[in-house]
Write a new protein. Structure first.
Ligand code: GLN
Length: 457
């Protein structure tokens, strides 16, 4: 079967099925066929890679040349980028076929994909029952699309958990690499010191194949790190005998239901059977992570989102009276409530007089959190924990209560503050809904995380 035929089959199924999930914002059929044709040419020329002709999808935060990129916002409803993100470019070079752009919380702010201007995404798990559940977020469209087998793989981004939590809630594999491992060029910025692109796939092996394409230095991103990229598939089958696993005691707290805890602990027991040793460790500052994150992330967001002013690109209000009226109405009409809330919080935290009390303080806490992990990794190779406090919740349950939504990130956010890599790996079910095991590693230990995840699957 040719790449063109394969792409057509996937597109037909996508159009037929996605009405149930709303996991895509844009299906880019025309561009997909161009890429499929290019893949067939690559194959004919004997230049095929592991990705040549493979259908996949990009989270709608990655700029795609000629294909609308909305970031889940009215602000960018009609934005067609004139350039590709580095990640987009790399998949094109590998010959992969992007079928479209997946749904997400507006500007990646959220944990349920309910804040998307293009409507919520439904989790395929339980989608036929009386209540619809969230797929998690913000990369909920990518997670749902992979879980529903609409695409075998999709990109995601993770600022505070947005790859791992939706992967857990949809029963798939998610990898957030080390900060700086994957270029952020052309990835619409939310909180620049935390954002990192990564992989959402069915298996750890597929995640390794994705990271092989995505990782690497990019002169267009000054925070991207110049460091050799190993073949992440090469070490998947290394035995785990002697692997030292740490269980952070703060992550097995009262926030975790007994059923969730049992699921995670039984996954850890499987690792013991594979020859790993387990000990309890402590991350004493972990409890401060949510508070620090919800100062730092909104502060950075308020600065990044100032570019959406109606002048250069994106939405502009009708008939502005003057410049101020244009700024005000463009932003009032173009942004949703959660985005506005973050801009307000962030501008406040950065304002003169409050900067030291909030932003500077949060940065100091961030350093302490990072130090906790550095200390833990002197004793153990990886940490294991839950990904989210509970399985997929019902749509509408948390979206009127921002704090309960923010608490979804309690086990994922410290990892972003420290900049280290982590994965979510399917680890069974609670109440018939999938849950994830989080495997956390030291800087640039992606190969080890993928190895551990692969052995478990
Ligand atoms: N849920 C977190 C937030 O709303 C994390 C989002 C993300 O990782 N992009 O900020």
């Amino acid at each position: 079967i040719s790449s063109v035929e394969l792409a057509q089959q996937f597109l037909d199924r996508l159009k037929l099925e996605d009405g149930k999930y709303n996991s895509f914002i844009t299906i880019s059929e025309e561009q997909a066929m161009v890429e499929a044709k290019a893949a067939d040419d690559m194959r004919a020329a004997g230049k095929a890679t592991a990705w040549t002709g493979i259908p996949f999808a990009h989270k709608d935060i990655f700029c795609t040349n000629g294909v609308r990129t909305t970031c889940g916002s009215k602000m960018l409803e009609n934005f067609v980028p004139p350039y590709d993100a580095t990640v987009t470019e790399k998949f094109k070079q590998a010959g992969a076929v992007c079928l479209g752009k997946t749904n997400m919380d507006e500007f990646a702010m959220g944990s349920s994909t309910e804040s998307s201007y293009f409507g919520a995404t439904t989790n395929p798990w339980g989608a036929s029952s009386a209540v619809n559940r969230v797929p998690g977020g913000s990369s909920g469209g990518s997670a749902a699309a992979v879980a529903a087998r609409l695409v075998p793989a999709a990109t995601g981004t993770d600022t505070g958990g947005s790859i791992r939590q939706p992967a857990a809630l949809c029963g798939i594999t998610g990898l957030k690499p080390t900060y700086g491992r994957v270029s952020r060029y052309g990835m619409i910025a939310f909180a620049s010191s935390l954002d990192q692109g990564g992989a959402m796939t069915r298996t750890a092996e597929d995640a390794a194949l994705m990271l092989n394409v995505m990782a690497g230095f990019d002169p267009k991103d000054s925070t991207c790190i110049d460091r050799e990229v190993p073949d992440y598939t090469a070490t998947l089958n290394e035995p785990l005998k002697g692997l030292k696993i740490g269980l952070p005691k703060e992550y097995f707290s009262e926030q975790l239901s007994p059923a969730m805890e049992q699921q995670v602990r039984s996954a850890v027991r499987e690792y013991e059977k594979l020859g790993a040793t387990v000990k309890e460790v402590s991350l004493p500052n972990a409890k401060l992570a949510i508070a620090a994150y919800y100062v730092i992330a909104p502060a950075e967001a308020s600065a990044n989102l100032s570019r959406f002013d109606g002048v250069r690109y994106g939405y502009r209000c009708e008939d502005p009276k003057d410049l101020m009226d244009m700024y005000t109405r463009t932003r009032a009409e173009g942004f949703g409530n959660e985005v506005k809330r973050r801009i307000l919080v962030g501008s406040y935290a950065l304002s003169a007089g409050y900067f030291d009390a909030y932003y500077l303080k949060a940065q100091k806490v961030r350093r302490l959190i990072q130090q906790d992990f550095i200390t833990a990794f002197k004793e153990v190779d990886v940490l294991m924990s839950p990904v989210s406090p509970s399985p997929a919740f019902v749509q509408g349950e948390k979206n009127t209560d921002p704090v309960s939504m923010y608490l979804e990130d309690v086990f994922t956010i410290a990892i972003n503050l420290a900049g280290i890599p982590a994965m979510s790996v399917p680890a069974g079910f609670v109440d018939g809904l999938p849950v994830g095991l989080q495997i956390i590693g030291d800087y640039f230990s992606e190969a080890r995380l993928l190895n551990a995840a692969h052995q478990f699957q």
